[in-house]
Design a protein around this ligand. Structure first.
Ligand SMILES: CC(C)=CCNc1ncnc2c1ncn2[C@@H]1O[C@H](COP(=O)(O)O)[C@@H](O)[C@H]1O
Length: 180
């Protein structure tokens, strides 16, 4: 397996349970352990900070992309190897997409969902061919995944589109999917 940059989307709020911070650290350690690099939203708070810190502690590179307006609110991570400060949210998403060879969503909230859906829908429209992986631990996404299945059964989501989102509950298997 060669070197990869994984773009990670995950929760940014300080209110998430500790076990999710630990999960983010675990993911970061394993990304670095594979000799891979990280692109992320550039924040130091919560899971976002935890995953980036773990990748750096493992000796690999972190590239953060953050809009100027969120530099304070999300505690822009001055330890990032590259901190790209952009003007708009759309610039942020575009750069996070451009920097990643694969996209991995950990448990998160509405921002995570927004970013996941953008990279997934753009994959279904053949705008890129990179893996899109959802790490669904602890049943975080059970309701969403069930509903998406219903939408597929009712003809609103193409089976092929469902096939372009890899849903996995194990960290190492999720990283394997990022490399495939
Ligand atoms: C104007 C525009 C295109 C908005 C689209 N909306 C978004 N696009 C990209 N990242 C987002 C958006 N909304 C929230 N986020 C980011 O997603 C991250 C995770 O948020 P959350 O904790 O899952 O909640 C946070 O860094 C948050 O700033």
């Amino acid at each position: 397996m060669g070197e990869l940059t994984v773009t990670v989307y995950c929760g940014s709020l300080s209110t998430v349970p500790q076990s999710y911070l630990d999960l983010a650290t675990d993911v970061g350690e394993r990304i670095a352990g594979r000799g891979w690099d990280l692109a992320w939203g550039g924040g130091k708070r919560s899971m976002m900070g935890a995953v980036a810190q773990a990748v750096r502690d493992g000796g690999r590179r972190t590239t953060g992309v953050i809009p100027r307006s969120l530099v304070e609110r999300e505690w822009a991570d001055s330890d990032a190897d590259d901190l790209l400060v952009v003007e708009t949210m759309r610039d942020r998403k575009a750069l996070m997409e451009a920097h990643g060879d694969a996209f991995l969503a950990l448990p998160g909230g509405i921002g995570t969902l927004e970013e996941l859906f953008e990279v997934w829908t753009s994959r279904t429209l053949s705008m890129h061919a990179k893996p899109v992986v959802l790490l669904d631990v602890d049943g975080h996404y059970t309701g969403l995944v069930r509903w998406l299945g219903e939408l597929r059964d009712r003809g609103f989501v193409a089976p092929a589109a469902m096939g372009m989102l890899t849903i996995i509950d194990d960290v190492d298997a999720a990283l394997d999917a990022c490399a495939s």
